[in-house]
Design a protein around this ligand. Structure first.
Ligand code: ADP
Ligand code: MG
Length: 555
């Protein structure tokens, strides 16, 4: 290697490496899945770039990933013939943390109180290239970018610095990247073919590039995964485990999908969708960018994962759409504008919502879990997507004053309306437990009226703009005169509210003069049964929670 340059890792990388190497996380297997996933990405990037520049492919047309073991010296090499990296790209890609999700991960790791918890986090999260340092004390990356006539070597022991140097062409793949792991003493078994073959089949069997395995440097490689795109196969031929493996390798998740949606649309647009609702919350769910993770393919060529195939409130979905109609040689920017794609977007958004609805009907418990994880995100659609607001209100679930911790639908709520009750009542706040003890609820409890307890920050936004459900408006219990008098008390023994007595009238007058302009009115109310007073917002004004949110935002 010539002109070797040593550099220190960006601070976040150093932290991540430190945490990973010292974690007690036992499932170190993930490194292989990460390397294979990067190799497959590189092959797909090359395929995309070669659409506009066919010369890049040269005479090596077929994408493949080749894994070579060397048990004698405890080495594993993962090589692809994909796009490759220049030395600048290596410095950028392998010295910093680009993914916002990874940054969030590092923050979570640092704040994870116990080591045990942090190692669990590693298990839930794809930690990318750097996970190689859980099993290797030295990692070398030889790479040659497609179309380039120079090759480079990146190498590091993962202890704070790395070096990059130019190398002779014959040391690197003719095109693409070879990652060589020098395994640690206690990770030697990763150089055994039986172990590696099991790992490939279990975690990477469905990547869209074939995988070859050579047991020794001079052994003939054999194919261990065929690279057939899972989504192109008929549903009947695909087992649940196939879907799960595919989901894990595609999404970098370690859980089981909560819902799998796989269908082929024919007719005006022809495309296949394979998408998953994750079984747990991905890390970047509340990232301010709200980026989706759906990939767009055109006839099996990965075009982009930035096509916003689903609206922001479905950003937890993982998966892909493979279109048969979009032109292959279109730029990513133009694809964004394509009317064909907006038609697909519209159709698949509707399909996801109807599949969620179907799950809610078929398996309420499974759906409750989905809602638990993603309800707060789905509810963003209630004020963003007016066209689908009714569908979303149908999907929404709530904790209420009478649901004993269970999730209730608005349909359930409306079915349980009390005599003369014309509104859907809610109480919004930021702490579900505290909401339950609010004095505002007393009069509602006494009448057996169910009140929705809204504790997510988004709730105050949609509930004030939603027109209602099934003809019943949403009404805050902290707002105005809640019209409770016409609804009978559940327990008849409790005295119905008497006419405002002279003692009460005198108190009201006293309170009005004392509080002056701080309040707009003081009145006797049906709302309370045991507390003496409570603050309410005016009929036409914002409810109390919305006032607080705006006040804390400094407005
Ligand atoms: P991610 O794959 O999510 O971007 P990684 O840590 O796995 O994160 O990889 C970081 C980056 O390194 C990739 O985005 C890519 O730019 C580059 N990279 C890693 N492996 C390869 C490879 N085999 N070929 C080309 N580029 C690669
Ligand atoms: Mg990766």
């Amino acid at each position: 290697a010539t002109g070797s340059q040593s550099r220190t890792f960006e601070a976040d990388v150093a932290k991540l490496l430190q945490l990973m190497v010292h974690s007690v996380y036992s499932d170190k297997d993930v490194f292989l899945r990460e390397l294979i996933s990067n190799a497959a990405d590189a092959c797909e990037k090359l395929r995309y770039e070669s659409l506009s520049n066919p010369a890049l492919l040269g005479d090596e047309q077929k994408a493949s990933i080749r894994i070579t073991l060397d048990p004698d010296v405890s080495r594993v090499a993962v090589e692809d013939n994909g796009i490759g990296m220049s030395s600048e790209e290596m410095i950028e890609a392998l010295g910093t943390i680009a993914r916002s999700g990874t940054k969030a991960f590092v923050e979570r790791l640092e704040s994870a109180a116990q080591q045990a918890e942090s190692s669990q986090l590693i298990g839930q999260f794809g930690v990318g290239f750097y996970s190689t340092f859980m099993v290797a004390d030295k990692v070398e990356v030889f790479s040659r970018r497609a179309g380039s006539d120079v090759a480079s070597l990146w190498s590091s022991d993962g202890k704070g610095s790395y070096s990059v140097a130019a190398v002779a062409l014959e040391e690197a793949p003719a095109r693409g990247t070879r990652v060589v792991l020098h395994l640690m003493e206690d990770a030697k078994s990763y150089a055994e073919s039986f172990t590696i073959e099991q790992m490939i089949k279990a975690h990477s069997g469905h990547v869209p590039v074939p995988i070859l395995l050579a047991d020794k440097p001079d052994a003939e490689p054999r194919q261990v995964a065929d690279g057939a795109a899972l989504w192109t196969r008929p549903k009947a031929d695909i087992a649940a485990e196939d879907y799960t493996d595919f989901y894990r390798s595609l999404a970098g998740q370690f859980d089981d999908p909560a819902l799998t949606i796989h269908f082929r649309a024919e007719g005006r647009q022809e495309y296949t969708m394979l998408a998953f609702v994750p079984g747990s919350r991905p890390f970047d769910l509340f990232d301010p960018q709200r980026k989706g993770r759906m990939k767009l393919y055109v006839r099996r060529v990965l075009i982009t994962d930035e096509a916003d195939l689903l609206p922001g409130y479905l950003r937890f979905m993982r998966g892909l759409i493979d279109s048969a109609d979009l032109p292959l040689n279109v730029s990513r920017e133009m694809i964004q504008e394509s009317p064909l794609l907006s038609a697909i977007r519209k159709a698949v958004t509707g399909r996801v919502l109807s599949e969620l609805d179907k799950l809610a009907g078929n398996d309420a418990a499974a759906y409750a879990k989905v809602w638990e994880n993603f309800g707060a995100v789905l509810k963003e659609g209630l004020y963003e997507d007016f066209e689908r607001r009714d569908a979303l209100l149908g999907l929404a679930r709530f904790k209420t004053t009478t649901s004993a911790g269970e999730w209730r639908s608005l349909k359930d709520y409306v079915a349980g309306l009390k005599e003369n009750q014309t509104a859907i009542y809610y109480l919004a706040g930021d702490d579900a437990k505290r909401l339950e003890t609010s004095p505002h609820l007393e009069g509602f409890r006494a009448r057996g009226i169910e009140v929705l307890l809204l504790a997510d920050p988004v709730d105050s936004f949609w509930v004030t703009s939603a027109l209602g459900f099934d003809g019943k408006p949403f009404k805050s219990v902290t707002q105005g005169s809640a019209d409770l008098a016409s609804i009978p008390l559940a327990d008849k023994a409790e005295e119905p509210a008497p006419e405002v007595s002279s003692a009460i009238a005198a108190f009201l007058a006293f309170a009005k003069t004392t509080l002056g302009d701080d309040v707009s009115d003081v009145r006797a109310s049906e709302r309370l049964t045991s507390s003496a007073v409570c603050l309410v917002a005016p009929d036409q004004g914002m409810d109390r929670r919305m006032e607080q949110i705006l006040a804390s935002a400094g407005r």
